[in-house]
Design a protein around this ligand. Structure first.
Ligand SMILES: Nc1ncnc2c1ncn2[C@@H]1O[C@H](COP(=O)(O)OP(=O)(O)O)[C@@H](O)[C@H]1O
Ligand SMILES: [Mg+2]
Length: 256
C-alpha cells in the first residue's frame, strides 16, 4: 500500500508552499514513484513545482458539460454516458519526470464541487496503489476530510502560521480527523513563517493548549517571498536556504 501524506490547515498559512517543498525533498530522497494530488480548486501547487498543467478534473467536467450543450451526441456510440465521463477523467493524470499529478482544478456553476470531489476521490482511489508515495495538498478547511475524499492517511500535517486562529483551526481539523477515524499513524502541527524559525512564547502556549504534537517550525524565509514575486518555482530555492533545511529536518523526523 502507498504511504500517504496529507497537508491541511487554514487558508493562506503555507500549505501549498510546504507541500511543494516536501515533494522536492521526497524526490531528492528518491522516494518514488510519487503521486502528487492538488486537491484545492484554488491552489497553484503546479506553480510551486514549476509544472504547467491544463488537464484538471474541473476542466474535464466543464468540457463534458460544454460538449453536451454544443453537440447533443458527443458520446461515442459504444459508450454509456458514465463510461464516457470515466474515460475522460482517466486522462487527468499529468505525467512529469519525477512524479505524476492529479489536479482538481476549478469548475463553474453551483453544485459542481460535490461532483468533482466525488471524481477526485475515485481518481485517488484508482491511482494510489500504483505509487509508493502519495502527497495531497488540501483546500483550506475540512471539506476533504469530512467528505472522506482522502485515502488512508499515514501522516496528517496540520499547517498554521504563528497566529492563535491558525493554530485553533489546525486543532479543529485534528479533532475532526479523530472523530471521523481518519487514524493517521502520525498527526501533528507545523508552524510556518516563524521569525528566524523560532516560536515566540505566546505561540508556543497556544500550541500547548491544543495538545497537538509539534512536528516542526518553518522559518519565515524571504527567498519564498522573492521567488513568489518573480513567479519562479519555490522548489528552485537554494537547498541551503533556511526553509529547505527546515523541511529536510521535518521529513527526516517523519521517518518516511
Ligand atoms: N515560510 C515562508 N516564508 C515566507 N513566505 C511564505 C512562507 N510560507 C508561505 N509563504 C507565503 O505565504 C503565501 C501563502 O502561502 P500558500 O502556500 O499559498 O498558503 P496556503 O496553501 O495555505 O493557502 C504565499 O504568498 C507564500 O509565498
Ligand atoms: Mg494552497
Amino acid at each position: 500500500m502507498s504511504f500517504t501524506i496529507a497537508v491541511a490547515g487554514k487558508g493562506g498559512v503555507g500549505k501549498t508552499t510546504i507541500c511543494g517543498l516536501i515533494i522536492d525533498r521526497l524526490i531528492k530522497l528518491k522516494k518514488i514513484p510519487l503521486l502528487v494530488v492538488d486537491a484545492d480548486a484554488n491552489s497553484n501547487l503546479n506553480e510551486v513545482l514549476g509544472v504547467e498543467v491544463d488537464t484538471t478534473l474541473g476542466a474535464i467536467r466543464e468540457e463534458i458539460v460544454h460538449s453536451e450543450l454544443m453537440d447533443p451526441n458527443p458520446i461515442p456510440p459504444n459508450m454509456t454516458k458514465p463510461e464516457y465521463a470515466q474515460y475522460k477523467f482517466n486522462s487527468a493524470l499529468v505525467e512529469e519526470d519525477d512524479f505524476d499529478m492529479i489536479v482538481m482544478g476549478r469548475t463553474q456553476g453551483e453544485g459542481c464541487y460535490c461532483y468533482v470531489n466525488g471524481v477526485l476521490k475515485a481518481q485517488i482511489a484508482k491511482h494510489a496503489a500504483n505509487y509508493k508515495y502519495v502527497i495531497v495538498d488540501n483546500e483550506a478547511g475540512m471539506e476533504h476530510i469530512s467528505r472522506g475524499v482522502l485515502p488512508h492517511v499515514d501522516v496528517l500535517i496540520l499547517v498554521s502560521d504563528c497566529s492563535r486562529r491558525g493554530i485553533q483551526a489546525a486543532a479543529r481539523i485534528a479533532n475532526l480527523a479523530t472523530e471521523l477515524k481518519v487514524n493517521p499513524k502520525q498527526m501533528g502541527l507545523v508552524v510556518n513563517r516563524a521569525p528566524n524559525g523560532v516560536l515566540d512564547e505566546g505561540t508556543r502556549e497556544a500550541v500547548e493548549e491544543t495538545g497537538l504534537k509539534l512536528l516542526g517550525v518553518m522559518p519565515q524565509d524571504n527567498a519564498v517571498y522573492d521567488f513568489d514575486c518573480l513567479g519562479k518555482p519555490i522548489i528552485d530555492i537554494d537547498d541551503s536556504s533556511p526553509i529547505k533545511l527546515a523541511i529536510g529536518k521535518l521529513v527526516d523526523s517523519l521517518g518516511i
